[in-house]
Design a protein around this ligand. Structure first.
Ligand SMILES: Nc1ncnc2c1ncn2[C@@H]1O[C@H](COP(=O)(O)OP(=O)(O)OP(=O)(O)O)[C@@H](O)[C@H]1O
Length: 415
């Protein structure tokens, strides 16, 4: 008898309890009927929640729509008035700390929970109005990828992928063709007869992805799909998800606590905090111009950091000047450190050279780095200026199209 590793995965437990995709722990005996969904009307709308994009989308291109969704657990508001629209073929990331409401949102999205207020529409169908039976068939339009893969250990790779097809009543010959296609898509065509115990973590997740795609879903939900993987394997799984998104024009929702996953894969991001939307929009905009403290804090994960040796020596203000020394001596003994965040063409300009040659400042580059979101470069520089230069330096730097400028404090050199 197979045992699914649900215990590692709270969502897996909850999904198992609700009988979705991985259905019953041993038997997969829930029967899901296949159904075709009506196409929705073709009115021209621009999703207000994605106002950072100028793209105009047909309403029938919106695969997921939340309208003022609130979900309560007793007195606890797990989701508070959430509105979002996800156009077909997009990769949408949802990020937040533990307890932010990510799992609740995913469960609502998967049709496992009904909102207490508001509406959820998948391909124009209102989840909250559907009977259990219709809800089950709508769930078939949703593929789920789990953090801990949730494969059946006594079944081969091919049989794991076959399960949802069997449940959907797909004939054997068709199943076999589909499995061959899926194995090729996920790069496991040589592994059909392997058992999960013979696979690496990344290969197991490839099987999980193939299984989620078996029913040709309209939407792929990935719940911390790479959190159990090492960085190299994470990269290869993110590349696979990107290939799938492009080849199949499949809409993907990523739930994660890692900004690097959002940066590498998603086009849109929603930051959840305490059940509320902190901010949402194009990843390139939100990353370059984070408005909320929670977003800024989460972005620290992927921005370069000031070396610890310098951080430890930072003081927030210049120490009192000893009566025996002239003020200038004290100023000359200290450097002020500025953090400059910038994006786009400024990164490719001779910014530091200009500070020196045109403005006669003497910055020292302490630390820095550039990441790319799509083809937009986003960079951070930590610059040290002699304390007496820092006011002027801030004024001048603010005349450039930077994203943010922060004065971090003072430090003596050599550090
Ligand atoms: N069944 C429940 N009963 C009561 N409170 C709940 C229940 N499920 C979730 N909560 C609460 O709702 C809030 C959101 O929980 P949720 O699991 O959605 O957060 P999360 O962002 O997924 O966190 P994590 O990353 O730790 O899984 C939390 O405060 C949590 O304690």
């Amino acid at each position: 008898m197979d045992t699914l590793p649900y215990s590692h995965n709270p969502l897996g437990d909850k999904l198992a309890a609700d009988g979705i995709t991985l259905l019953e722990k041993d038997s997969f005996n829930d029967r899901i009927s296949s159904s075709s969904l009506p196409t929705s009307v073709g009115l021209e709308v621009t999703p207000p929640e994605l106002s950072t994009t100028s793209r105009t989308v047909n309403s029938d291109e919106i695969v997921v729509k939340f309208e003022n969704v609130t979900r309560l657990y007793g007195k606890k508001t797990a989701l508070d008035n959430i509105s979002l629209s996800i156009p077909r073929g997009e990769i949408f990331g949802i990020i937040g700390h533990s307890g932010a409401g990510k799992t609740t949102l995913l469960r609502c999205l998967a049709g496992l929970e009904r909102p207490d207020q508001g509406r959820i529409l998948i391909e124009g169908q209102d989840f909250s109005q559907l009977s259990e039976k219709k809800l089950r068939s709508l769930r078939q339009r949703i593929g789920l990828v789990f953090q801990h893969f949730n494969l059946l250990s006594s079944k081969t790779v091919a049989d794991n992928i076959a399960l949802p097809l069997k449940i959907a009543g797909i004939p054997k010959k068709e199943r076999s063709t589909r499995i061959t296609e899926l194995l090729e898509l996920v790069g496991l065509d040589q592994h059909a007869d392997f058992y999960p115990s013979q696979l690496s973590g990344g290969q197991k997740q490839r099987v999980g992805i193939a299984r989620a795609l078996a029913g040709k879903p309209a939407l792929l939900l990935c719940d911390e799909a790479t959190s159990a993987l090492d960085p190299e394997t994470t990269r290869s799984i993110l590349e696979l998800l990107q290939t799938i998104n492009q080849k199949l024009n499949l809409t993907i929702v990523l739930i994660t606590h890692e900004m690097s996953v959002i940066r590498n894969l998603a086009r849109y991001v929603m930051v959840l905090n305490g059940g509320k939307i902190a901010e949402q929009g194009l990843v390139s905009n939100v990353f370059a111009h984070p408005r909320e403290a929670i977003t800024k804090a989460m972005l620290q994960e992927i921005r370069p950091q000031l070396p610890k040796t310098i951080l430890q020596k930072l003081v927030s203000s210049l120490p009192p000047i000893p009566s025996t020394s002239p003020a200038s001596a004290m100023e000359y003994a200290y450097y002020a450190i500025l953090q400059v965040n910038m994006s786009g063409s400024l990164i490719r300009s001779p910014f530091i050279a200009e500070l020196q040659s045109i403005h006669h400042l003497t910055p020292i580059l302490l630390e820095g780095g550039i990441s790319h979101i799509g083809n937009i470069p986003i960079g951070t520089l930590f610059l040290a200026f002699p304390a007496q230069e820092v006011e002027q330096a801030q004024k001048i730097i603010r005349t450039y199209p930077i994203d943010t400028l922060e004065m971090l404090g003072y430090v003596t050199f050599p550090y």
